[in-house]
Structures are given as structure tokens and as C-alpha cells.
Design a protein. Structure first.
Length: 388
């Protein structure tokens, strides 16, 4: 038998070692992977708080007073005494209409009064003399009657002259057009040198709108109006007809309702075309931030105070038509609760049913949840941050 060369021995030994390794692995069986760690989620207790709902409507600001400034006498516009768009005070001079014709008319009426007064003096003397002669039988009664009538006519002329003086003095006063209210004035509608007309076809010179306080008008839908009426009848929320209920207002560029006001008017009919009821709030405007005609939104008291559980809005899930929240149950196992939600309050969602104060609600990491599976809860403070 031929001896094996060294190369053949190496091949035989390698095959033997490989076979032993395969047998050993087969004896050990399949290996088991370590179980995954439960996912970490943020949890918190709901905040129990008494809250009040606010309903939101849109509307516009409007001046509490608005005046069309018109000419009360005719004449040439002589002076414009204000700057376009400025703030004016009640009694400020705005326009001057050429006063010279009215000054002359006043002087004529004053002269007419002096003449009439002199007639009264003379006719009075004549009447006294006539009565003396009549008593002595030296004149007829008809002559005395004529002198009495002349005296009465002179007295009437005095009254007429005095009335004309008052009229002419008023017309002269009206040549100086003053601001009837305080507020912001518009531009001048007529330039100096133009003829303006008083009376029934009075020329519009400018307008003034009051600024502080300012009204906010809005329209509430019929269902909201019915809700408020039922709350008032039940004694849960007073009617804005009777009580100056608070409102909060935001302008078109604001997200927070931070301007306070009070209700002061509710209309007496529902608009048949729109099905809405008009309401009005009065809002302080000391720095003239709001402008008449400006758009805004209003929060109106929409309920009586009630108790709710508050959780972050992102902790509210949706399952078809249901609103749900995830709760950590015994052994840190996830449970699901159907809830009824209300409005947002300072970024937190009100839950009116479905949660209890001692529930542990999942507020972050919802994408890692599976109902019935365990989790690793990490306590959070509602509003952000880990609980210390």
C-alpha cells in the first residue's frame, strides 16, 4: 500500500475538522434573539380645572360717533385750519368761511334795532300825551287809538330787529366751523377759495370719527343666539342685553385674543336674509390702536363655568369618527379611552368625558404605541419638559 503524501493528509484533516464543527453547531440548535425593550413615551396626569367656553365670531370696528362736517352758511371758503388726518378736539377751529358779508348784515340789523328803539321812545311819549288830552276831552278817542297802535307797531319792530340780530350773529358765528366732537378728522373735501353752500344742500367739508372708546360689531348665527337665550333662561349665563358680558378681541394679524371689551348692545330682530343677530361690544382704545372699519375676531362668553380635564392637544387621537386618548394601565400596558373633547384653553384641550384625574395619559411618543403592549413611561409636565 502506497504511503500518503503530506498534501493528502492536510486535506483529510481539514475535512474532519469541518465535519466536527457542523456536528457541534447542529447539537446547539437555533439561537434566540433578545426581546426588544418597551418604547419610552411621555406621560402626565390631566389638569383638573374649571373653565368657560368662548364662542368666536368675526366683525369690524366702528366709531361710537361719526359726524359729517357741513357748511351752515354760504360763502367762499377762506381758511382750512387743520392738518388732514390729524386728531382734533371738540371746539377746535376747522374752517373759516368769508365772514365779511355776515359782519355787514349784523351791523345793519344792529342799526335797525337802534332806529326801532327810537321809534318806541317817541311813540311812547306821543301816547302819554294823547291819553292826557283824551282825559281832558281835548282829542277824540280815535286819535288816541291810532297813537296806541303806533306804539305797539314800534315795539314789534324792536322785537323783529332783535330777532334779526340773533340770526345775523348766528350766521356770523357759523362762518367759523368748529369740531363738534373729538376724534380723528379726514382730509379736507373743499379747498380754499371755493364757494360752499349752506342750508338744505349744505356742502360736505370733511368727516370726524371718535376713537376712544370704539365699537366692535359682529353677527352671531341663530343657533348661537338660541343657545345664549336658553342659558339665560336657565340662569347659567346672563343675557348680554342685561349684563355687560366680557369679550376678548384679536385683530386680523393676531393669534391671541388679548384685548378686553364689554357687550353693550344686542339687536331686536334676526336678519331674515342672513339668519344672524347683530351684537356690539365697546372696547377701550386709549392709544388709538383700533381704527373704524378694521376687521377683527371676538370671543364671546359661550357657557357657564364647568369642570374639565385638560391635556395637550397632540395627546388626542382619532379613530374614525371617535376621539381617543391613550392611557397607561397596570403593568405599564397601553389602554385606549374614548373621550369627548371641548375647546382649547391656553393650548390645552378640554376633555369633558372619558378621563379621570388619576389617569396617566400618554402625551408624547404616540407613534410608537400599540394597544395592549407595554411601554416605558417617562413623566412629563404638561406644557413641556420632564418632571423633576
Amino acid at each position: 500500500m502506497n504511503a500518503l503524501n503530506p498534501l493528502n493528509w492536510r486535506i483529510i484533516l481539514a475535512k474532519a475538522a469541518l465535519g466536527a464543527a457542523v456536528i457541534g453547531l447542529a447539537a446547539c440548535g437555533p439561537s434566540e434573539a433578545p426581546a426588544p425593550k418597551p418604547p419610552t413615551v411621555g406621560v402626565a396626569k390631566p389638569i383638573r380645572k374649571t373653565v368657560t367656553d368662548w364662542d368666536e365670531f368675526t366683525g369690524r370696528f366702528q366709531a361710537t360717533d361719526q359726524v359729517d362736517v357741513r357748511a351752515r352758511v354760504s360763502g367762499y371758503l377762506q381758511t382750512v385750519a387743520f392738518k388732514d388726518g390729524a386728531m382734533v378736539q371738540k371746539g377746535d377751529l376747522l374752517f373759516i368761511i368769508d365772514p365779511r358779508p355776515y359782519e355787514a348784515a349784523l351791523k345793519r340789523s344792529q342799526a335797525a334795532l337802534i332806529s326801532a328803539q327810537s321809534k318806541v321812545t317817541q311813540s311812547g311819549k306821543d301816547l302819554i300825551r294823547s291819553q292826557e288830552l283824551l282825559s281832558a276831552g281835548n282829542i277824540a278817542a280815535t286819535v288816541n287809538d291810532q297813537r296806541y297802535a303806533s306804539a305797539r307797531q314800534a315795539a314789534a319792530e324792536v322785537q323783529g330787529a332783535e330777532a334779526q340780530i340773533q340770526t345775523d350773529a348766528l350766521n356770523l358765528e357759523f362762518t367759523h366751523v368748529i369740531a363738534p366732537i373729538s376724534g380723528r378728522i379726514s382730509r379736507k373735501f373743499v379747498s380754499e377759495g371755493n364757494l360752499v353752500t349752506g342750508g338744505d344742500q349744505a356742502t360736505l367739508l370733511t368727516t370726524i370719527v371718535s376713537m376712544d372708546p370704539i365699537y366692535f360689531y359682529f353677527d352671531a348665527d341663530e343657533l348661537s343666539y338660541l343657545k345664549y337665550t336658553r342659558l339665560a333662561l336657565a340662569g347659567l349665563r346672563p343675557s348680554s342685553r342685561d349684563v355687560a358680558n366680557p369679550v376678548m378681541i384679536a385683530t386680523s394679524d393676531e393669534t391671541e385674543f388679548k384685548h378686553e371689551g364689554r357687550m353693550d348692545f344686542v339687536d331686536n330682530v334676526i336678519d331674515q336674509n342672513t339668519g344672524t343677530m347683530r351684537g356690539r361690544a365697546v372696547v377701550p382704545n386709549p392709544n388709538f390702536f383700533f381704527t373704524p372699519g378694521e376687521f377683527g375676531r371676538v370671543h364671546l362668553l359661550g357657557s357657564s363655568p364647568y369642570e374639565a380635564m385638560l391635556i395637550p392637544d397632540e395627546a388626542v387621537g382619532t379613530d374614525q369618527s371617535r376621539k381617543i386618548a391613550y392611557v397607561v394601565g397596570p403593568n405599564n400596558v397601553i389602554e385606549v379611552r374614548e373621550i369627548k373633547i371641548g375647546r382649547l384653553f391656553d393650548g390645552l384641550r378640554a376633555v369633558t368625558d372619558g378621563l379621570k384625574a388619576d389617569d396617566t395619559v400618554v402625551v408624547s411618543g404616540l407613534q410608537r404605541l400599540r394597544v395592549g403592549a407595554p411601554v416605558t413611561p417617562q413623566e412629563k409636565v404638561i406644557g413641556g419638559g420632564a418632571k423633576q
